[in-house]
Ligand binder design. Structure first.
Ligand SMILES: COc1cc(-c2ccc3ncc(-c4cccc([C@@H](O)NCCN(C)C)c4)n3n2)ccc1O
Length: 276
């Protein structure tokens, strides 16, 4: 069983305002007393007993911590410390000040393909790194892609929220029904054995979005989508080719993160191929 620091987290960190909350618990800004450095603290309530419906199993928190401890990459949120008390575990991670990529893009008049390629390249580098470590995120969606500093000329992408992540062991079969309807892979909906390919269905606006979750899931299983002119009239054919090679039902036919990084949209063969 993993042992986390038993110190009282408030002896070392001043707990600040809530930054956000969700299935993952509550995230607070925290100030390290010894250095005045600001971090983010994710506060996770543990189940009080086997029959308790509230809180998380300690085993699932240990799994998330073990995965985060194994990942050191500039495009993946870094874990600094873990504290536990009788009822809660606190993960101290790097504070990401630039907000969600989705909001950054929404606030811009328009995003050029060159800017989109730069963000996609960073996302792919983080995802490729975790896949090489046989880790799948399993909840990649726009809200979990954040920016280090949205005012920087070239903001760094930071992938957060590894609460659904899984490290594959050679030869094991893993299935899950978790995830967010608009962004989950068809193999998850069909409860088939999963692999890192399930992470490769990431998109900004889900092309499968239906009126209801049920309709969205039907669209994903049918791989029913179209490049709506309203959104794609200015999109290059190279970019559409990139998307089409990801939105593939058969996970073994879907581009891997490594293949994405050498796709001509991301890595042009020559200057004339640069997306206008
Ligand atoms: C360690 O696990 C997590 C960390 C974080 C995290 C880490 C650093 C950090 N710096 C700033 C924030 C932040 C700021 C505003 C909102 C949120 C969060 O509530 N929304 C992010 C997306 N959400 C769907 C997880 C998070 N975070 N969030 C979020 C979810 C996690 O499961």
């Amino acid at each position: 069983m993993a042992v986390f620091k038993l110190d009282n987290v408030e002896d070392l960190y001043e707990i600040g305002s809530v930054l956000g909350s969700g299935h993952f618990g509550q995230v607070h800004e925290v100030r390290e007393r010894a250095t005045d450095v600001l971090w983010a603290g994710k506060f996770l309530k543990l189940k009080k007993g086997a029959g308790s419906r509230l809180g998380l199993e300690r085993k699932s928190v240990e799994k998330e911590v073990e995965i985060l401890q194994s990942l050191q990459h500039q495009n993946i949120m870094a874990l600094k410390d873990v504290f536990e008390s009788r009822a809660e575990v606190v993960l101290i991670v790097e504070l990401i000040k630039g907000g969600e990529l989705f909001d950054f893009i929404a606030e811009k008049e328009n995003l050029t393909e060159t800017e989109a390629i730069e963000f996609m390249k960073q996302i792919l580098e983080g995802v490729c790194y975790m896949h090489q470590k046989t880790v799948a995120h399993f909840d990649l969606k726009p809200e979990n892609i954040m920016l280090s500093d949205k005012h920087a000329p070239n903001p760094d992408i930071k992938i957060i929220d590894f609460g659904m992540a899984h490290r594959f062991i050679q030869g094991e079969e893993y299935k899950s029904l978790g995830g967010t309807p608009q962004y989950i892979a068809p193999e998850i909906i069909n409860y088939e054995p999963l692999g890192t390919a399930a992470d490769m269905c990431l998109s900004g606006l889900s092309p499968f979005q239906g009126e209801t979750d049920e309709e969205t899931l039907r669209n994903i299983v049918a791989m029913k989508y179209e490049f709506e002119p309203h959104y794609f009239s200015q999109t290059s054919n190279m970019a559409k080719d990139f998307i089409q090679k990801l939105l593939v039902k058969d996970q073994s036919e879907r581009m891997t993160a490594e293949e994405c990084l050498i796709h001509p949209w991301i890595k042009p063969l020559n200057r004339t191929q640069i997306a206008k």
